[in-house]
Design a protein around this ligand. Structure first.
Ligand SMILES: C[S@@+](CC[C@H](N)C(=O)[O-])C[C@H]1O[C@@H](n2cnc3c(N)ncnc32)[C@H](O)[C@@H]1O
Length: 351
């Protein structure tokens, strides 16, 4: 791939990140024509020929070397220096070219968005049955399985829980069944057991893997970065289990083997990774399991990329992340749409 073939991707990335990630926007515009890109992407398979892979790789190396001059420009590393970061970035890339080329060629972008715990807690609070046997499908590192160990601030002065990991989620509208107007929930869910299932689990007890997860967060979003670090530390104190397996093929057996509690499946930004046919098969597997035993599924997914979601016609194809609960009781299935949300959990609007 030539630098000129990569340039449009970097120019476009500079546009899309302009508001939320000014550092990456500036860097992306500044390096779009750099001939060094050709070398850095030399071994990259087609899906890795995207700007995020270079930025995550550089961030990964920088997290291990926070005294490097480039770190002065990274807000999450205490930076925010004046001046032009582009030459410093290019110099860092040139110095670490071999490592960057290897990272781009061998890694995949990985995320585990802890902010989505606020959305999941809001959904779980709508279930009538506890304690819960929680199965998070597509759990990544499993950090959303710790949702009862986080605290939630609702933008209206209310806080639920006590924790180093505080998730700010501003609510609007009236929560179904709530006595007061606001709040993520009246109380945290009670979990009897918890388990994750993922095609490629991230083991955050391994320092390299944890660092790659951190590196995939944009440095301008220092709050997300800090929250992720604290959640990883919380997990280290009492790790959750995430089993390797497929969302469709291994679902029923994993549900059969769940620990104590009433089975609840959660998915957050997972179903869009499945082709449409596999999405149907996933819901079909839940339907089959739920026809014999009580089951709930709390979903945080976007209808435009997950057409199988049970949303009303007015929400079909909607790009906003949507929170819903599907329950099977005595073999009868009920679908409820609860809210529309920010994809990282910064806000929730009750539906
Ligand atoms: C965007 S991440 C979301 C992770 C987490 N649910 C969250 O909200 O932060 C998508 C996850 O789905 C997993 N995944 C993708 N396809 C899968 C499959 N067929 N079976 C199980 N997990 C899958 C990926 O490995 C990845 O960890």
């Amino acid at each position: 791939m030539t630098a000129s073939a990569l340039a449009p991707h970097f120019v476009a990335f500079a546009q899309t990140t302009r508001r939320r990630a000014p550092l990456y926007s500036r860097l992306s515009a500044g390096i779009a024509d750099a001939s060094l890109l050709q070398e850095l992407y030399a071994d990259a398979p087609a899906p890795a020929r995207v700007p995020v892979m270079l930025f995550a790789s550089v961030h990964h190396l920088l997290l291990a070397d926070p005294d490097a001059p480039l770190a002065r420009f990274y807000p999450n590393l205490g930076g925010g220096a004046d001046g032009d970061p582009v030459p410093v970035f290019l110099e860092f890339c040139a110095t670490h070219a071999d490592e960057i080329r290897r990272l781009i060629a061998t890694r995949l972008p990985q995320t585990n968005e802890v902010g989505r715990s606020a959305l999941l807690v809001a959904g779980l609070a709508q279930l009538e049955a506890e304690p819960i046997a929680l199965l998070d499908v597509g759990a990544s590192a499993g950090l959303n399985l710790l949702l009862d160990r986080y605290a939630y601030a609702d933008g209206h002065g209310h806080r639920l829980g006590a924790s180093d990991v505080v998730i700010e989620c501003a609510f609007t509208g009236a929560r179904p069944g709530a006595s007061g107007p606001h709040g993520v929930a009246d109380r945290l869910p009670v979990l009897a057991s918890r388990l994750g299932l993922d095609a490629a689990p991230v083991d955050v007890s391994d320092a390299e893997s944890a660092r790659w997860l951190e590196a995939c967060v944009w440095p301008d979003q220092a709050d997300r970065f800090e929250r992720l670090r604290r959640a990883i530390a919380l997990d280290a104190a009492d790790p959750v289990e995430v089993r390797r397996g497929d969302a469709v093929d291994d679902l029923a057996a994993t549900l059969d083997g769940l620990g104590a509690g009433r089975p609840v499946v959660t998915t957050s930004w997972v179903m869009s990774y499945l082709p449409a046919q596999r999405q149907q098969e996933f819901v079909g597997a839940l339907d089959r399991w739920g026809s014999g035993r009580d089951l709930s599924w709390v979903w945080v997914e976007a209808p435009n990329v997950v057409p199988v979601l049970p949303v009303p016609a007015s929400l079909a194809g909607d790009p906003l992340t949507t929170l819903g609960v599907t329950s099977w009781r005595d073999g009868v299935r009920t679908d409820r749409v609860l809210a529309q949300c920010h994809q990282h959990g910064y806000w929730l609007r009750w539906y």
